[in-house]
Design a protein around this ligand. Structure first.
Ligand SMILES: NC(=O)c1ccc[n+]([C@@H]2O[C@H](COP(=O)([O-])OP(=O)(O)OC[C@H]3O[C@@H](n4cnc5c(N)ncnc54)[C@H](OP(=O)(O)O)[C@@H]3O)[C@@H](O)[C@H]2O)c1
Length: 291
């Protein structure tokens, strides 16, 4: 990383107020990138900007405020960025949640699926033309090895988990969706100068799941001694964002800065294409979600 110079490169990072995203933002800023952080809390964003600036010595850090569970926010954030006229060389989709209880967003969508998958999908789609104009550019999606616990393929008849809610399975499905989205988007932009890859960061002692009251905080306290640091957890994401090794690589799933192979149901290109269609429908804003 020390030999990478990102001067003049604009990198957008979601979920940089904590955990893996903040550690990745420090690494990208340290390499000289101009950062655009997407965050839902002004207070947490201001703290993160201070910490990233202090750790990197780089003060070219802007914030776009928006809640990635709210589609009007995602549209506004994207519009604000596009209106700024800036290029976009790296989009790191990282913001994510683990919800012990089923909740719905203002759009009537199950929250985990909405933030972890549709948040990536809609933001990326709205910024895609700018990424293509800025080529070479990279899209990096933080997925998870937890996709293995999804119980198999996505259930397209119940993407909103109305027919029963098992928190780990719902989270795993959202991370499976990240991998399928990566494959389908990589196919769609192949040969156009924009690469799309995803990764498993390892088990990281971040703030994930600590939004779930005492139980969530207890779980993370117990896990933390065995977990990676945020910096270690960010390594593969940063590698995919900047390394020459993967300048041409696309559509892949990585772990520990090496290509890895997700479960066979995460390599199902029919499901990847169907998920794209369903995601377009769920982001069309025209109808209440049926599934
Ligand atoms: N930790 C692990 O072991 C692990 C393993 C595999 C994959 N991952 C993935 O890694 C990614 C980062 O998670 P993390 O472990 O670093 O967790 P984290 O410390 O909880 O960070 C999550 C980030 O996402 C943001 N976020 C959550 N919901 C949002 C929303 N509705 N709108 C905007 N921002 C939102 C959070 O912002 P606030 O500060 O506002 O909450 C925070 O900045 C996630 O995609 C997660 O699925 C984590």
């Amino acid at each position: 990383m020390s030999d990478v110079d990102l001067s003049g490169k604009v990198c957008m990072v979601t979920g940089a107020t904590s955990g893996i995203g903040q550690a990745a933002a420090v690494a990208l800023a340290s390499a000289g990138a101009e950062l655009v952080l997407v965050a839902r809390s002004r207070e947490r964003a201001e703290r993160a900007v201070r910490e990233i600036r202090d750790a990197s010595g780089n003060d070219r850090i802007d914030v776009l405020l928006g809640d990635l569970s709210v589609q009007t926010d995602i549209r506004r954030v994207a519009a604000e960025f596009l209106d700024s006229g800036r290029p976009l060389h790296v989009l790191l989709n990282n913001a994510g949640v683990f919800m012990l209880q089923r909740e719905e967003t203002v759009d009537g969508l199950e929250t985990t699926f909405a933030v972890n998958h549709l948040g990536y999908f809609l933001l990326t789609k709205l910024l895609l033309d700018r990424l293509l104009e800025s080529a070479p550019a990279r899209i990096v999606n933080v997925a998870s090895g937890a996709h293995a616990y999804s119980g198999g393929r996505l259930d397209f008849d119940d993407l909103q988990s109305r027919g029963g809610y098992a928190a780990m399975k719902v989270y795993a499905k959202s991370k499976l969706a990240n991998i399928l989205f990566t494959r389908e988007l990589a196919r769609r932009v192949e040969g156009k100068g924009v690469t799309v890859n995803c990764l498993h960061p390892g088990m990281v002692g971040s703030n994930l799941a600590t939004n779930n009251g005492f139980l969530g905080r207890l779980a993370m306290t117990l896990v933390r001694p065995f977990a990676r640091s945020n910096e270690k957890g960010a390594e593969t994401a940063v590698y995919l964002c900047v390394s020459d090794d993967v300048a041409e690589a696309t559509g892949g799933y990585y772990y520990n800065c090496k290509q890895a192979w997700p479960k066979s149901f995460a390599q199902n290109d029919d499901d990847a294409a169907r998920l794209w269609q369903e995601s377009e429908r769920l982001c069309s804003g025209s109808a209440a979600p049926a599934t």
